[in-house]
Design a protein around this ligand. Structure first.
Ligand code: F6R
Length: 260
């Protein structure tokens, strides 16, 4: 795991965009794993800028969303399919038909989840997975005590996550209780995982992710078992890290040829 402490979310967005640009220059048909929420917005903004100003193209790309609310009507502005369209895909040249999201409205949820897993596999797997982290340590919507081997399935949100996400809705009563999310086992199959976290409210989760035991009570800690994870954080979210100076030293002295 590589931990990079940066000046803020804009710089984190630029560093993540560098890795994504390098991937697409080498492999134009790469598959992106797409998170929603606030954390990835600086990445999407920077990728949109590079698309407009520098010709970075996603015309052969595919994208797979991490998760989706259950129970929101199709086209609801806070459904993750809509959020991804608004915040990223309509700002670049990716083919909308090649951007996939779990079906939170399926009558047969189990079959829809299995079909989503099959679609990721048929695309050749995710090359680079963008992640945020919840204040309770979730990635995707794999809440505490999710199986570390889990696959795409329905989950119940914790009240903490519903409260955290109430800012996107008119009231907490509108935040769904259920979601469909890629599992931890699904996320672990991505070839490169890039996780962004900023702000003091993420400090405890970031510490548990990086320096805590691998334990389902902090689902993100499973990433310690992944061979290629990059964690991009700011000073506020790094506040509880015991080895922060070591991470700063490592980044400052990183060989230029290495990339992320
Ligand atoms: C969203 C997702 C979640 C968020 C997490 C942090 O697709 O999978 O895990 O990344 O809840 O949300 P923000 O970034 O809004 O703090």
């Amino acid at each position: 795991m590589e931990v990079v402490i940066l000046s803020g979310k804009e710089e984190a967005g630029v560093v993540a965009a560098d890795a994504i640009e390098a991937l697409f220059r080498a492999k134009p048909q790469a598959v992106l794993g797409l998170a929603t929420g606030s954390s990835p917005l600086p990445i999407y903004n920077e990728l949109a800028r590079r698309h407009d100003e520098e010709g970075l193209s996603f015309s052969q790309a595919q994208g797979f969303a991490l998760d989706e609310y259950v129970g929101l009507p199709a086209g609801h502005p806070e459904s993750y399919r809509e959020v991804l369209r608004r915040e990223f895909t309509e700002k670049v040249d990716i083919d909308p038909a090649r951007v996939h999201a779990p079906n939170g409205a399926a009558e047969d949820v189990v079959a829809a989840c299995a079909a989503y897993e099959a679609a990721i596999k048929a695309a050749g797997g995710v090359d680079l997975q963008i992640l945020g982290i919840g204040t309770d340590g979730h990635i995707g919507f794999n809440e505490p005590i999710s199986s570390l081997a889990s696959r795409t399935r329905i989950k119940t949100l914790t009240e903490q996550t519903r409260q955290d996400n109430a800012r996107f809705f008119d009231s907490i009563d509108e935040v769904p209780h259920h979601v469909v999310t890629q599992g931890l086992g699904t996320i672990m199959e991505a070839r490169h995982v890039v996780l962004l976290a900023t702000g003091a409210q993420k400090a405890a989760a970031v510490q548990a992710l990086i320096e805590g035991p691998v334990a389902a009570v902090c689902p993100a800690s499973v990433l310690q078992l992944h061979p290629h994870v990059t964690v991009l954080i700011d000073e506020a979210s790094a506040a509880e890290l015991k080895l922060a100076d070591y991470y700063r030293h490592t980044w400052a002295n990183k060989p230029h040829w290495q990339g992320l």
